[in-house]
Design a binder for this molecule. Structure first.
Ligand code: GLN
Length: 309
């Protein structure tokens, strides 16, 4: 089967599945999305693009933004980040607060909410949120080669008015001096980065540097090869919260999910992939997005645990 046929077969199969999971409703604005949407985009290392379903429909990237925010924060303070955030899977839900007390305000990893809030604090860097958010948008425009990527202000406002857990996490870490700017500015940055909207095509394009050892396809270097490998390692071990082990077992590809139903998955040296299906499983990861990636990995042999062909 060609990759084009594989994508078509996956789209056709997904359309037949009735149990699509549950669309996130704790951010009220996200609940408006129709559960039957599905999109997929694959950009290969040699620059070809394969798309299927609603690949050009914009969705809220939510926690997929944590990959790009981490990349920016590492660019600002490098390995010093690891004094403030760990690199271990949490084994807990994405918005859990329990470990933070035991571990004295140091979140387990940059992909759970607490870790991403510390990353947002780093990216704020003494500026106003609009500066940090502008930087993030410009970074995504560069990575995807698409200046149309923007924030959905209604989603940002919806989360700002209901994000009490994130407020608790941020305040708690501020008590340990691991959040250093005023909490409302840090969360303003974090909520807006989560409210960025992208299509599968844009997201797969934005992820190319992670499949290309840190290089932009235009030849520029986004991050060092070592850093790209480490971000991929974190995606594999921590990208799906307390279901990261299950995702590695079923799919075998580094991936980062978001409660908008998107997943960015990176096959080093081969492909940058984005899938979107808004219904979530019990761990807050896209139910059918995971199924689609599982099928793709099976058809292509693209597990990072497979020898290269
Ligand atoms: N903005 C969401 C939150 O903070 C992101 C969570 C997610 O996508 N898992 O709750």
């Amino acid at each position: 089967m060609t990759l084009h046929e594989t994508v078509a077969a996956i789209v056709a199969h997904i359309a037949t599945i009735e149990d699509r999971g549950t669309v996130a409703s704790y951010i009220p604005e996200l609940a408006k999305v129709e559960a039957d949407r599905f999109g997929m985009a694959i950009v290969t290392a040699d620059g070809e693009t394969f798309i299927g379903g609603d690949a050009d429909a914009s969705f809220s990237i939510q926690s997929v933004s944590k990959v790009f925010a981490l990349t920016l924060a590492l660019g600002k303070i490098g390995d010093q980040l690891w004094e403030r955030v760990g690199r271990e899977p949490s084994g807990n839900a994405f918005n859990s607060i329990v470990q933070l007390e035991q571990e004295r305000g140091i979140p387990r990893n940059p992909f759970i909410n607490a870790g991403a809030i510390v990353v947002a604090d780093v990216n704020l860097g003494g500026h106003q949120p609009r500066v940090a958010i502008g930087e993030m948008l410009r970074f995504l425009h560069y990575l995807a080669g698409d200046d149309a990527i923007a924030i959905n202000e209604a989603v940002a406002a919806s989360e700002t008015s209901t994000g009490f857990r994130n407020l608790a996490l941020a305040n708690y870490m501020r008590a340990f001096d691991n959040v250093r700017h005023p909490v409302d500015l840090v969360l303003g940055t974090y909520f807006h980065q989560c409210a960025i909207e992208m299509s599968c095509r844009q997201l797969a394009l934005a992820g190319r540097y992670l499949m290309l050892d840190g290089r932009h396809p235009d030849g520029g270097r986004v991050v060092s090869a070592a850093r790209a490998r480490r971000i991929n390692a974190l995606m594999l071990t921590c990208g799906h919260y307390d279901a990261s082990g299950d995702f590695a077992f079923r799919v075998g590809i580094p991936g980062k999910s978001g409660v908008g139903g998107g997943i960015l998955a990176i096959v080093p040296g081969r492909a940058s992939i984005a899938v979107w299906s808004p219904g979530l499983n019990e761990n807050g990861n896209s139910k059918l997005g995971t199924v689609a990636l599982e099928e793709l990995a099976r058809h292509t042999g693209w597990s990072v645990f497979s020898p290269p062909d």
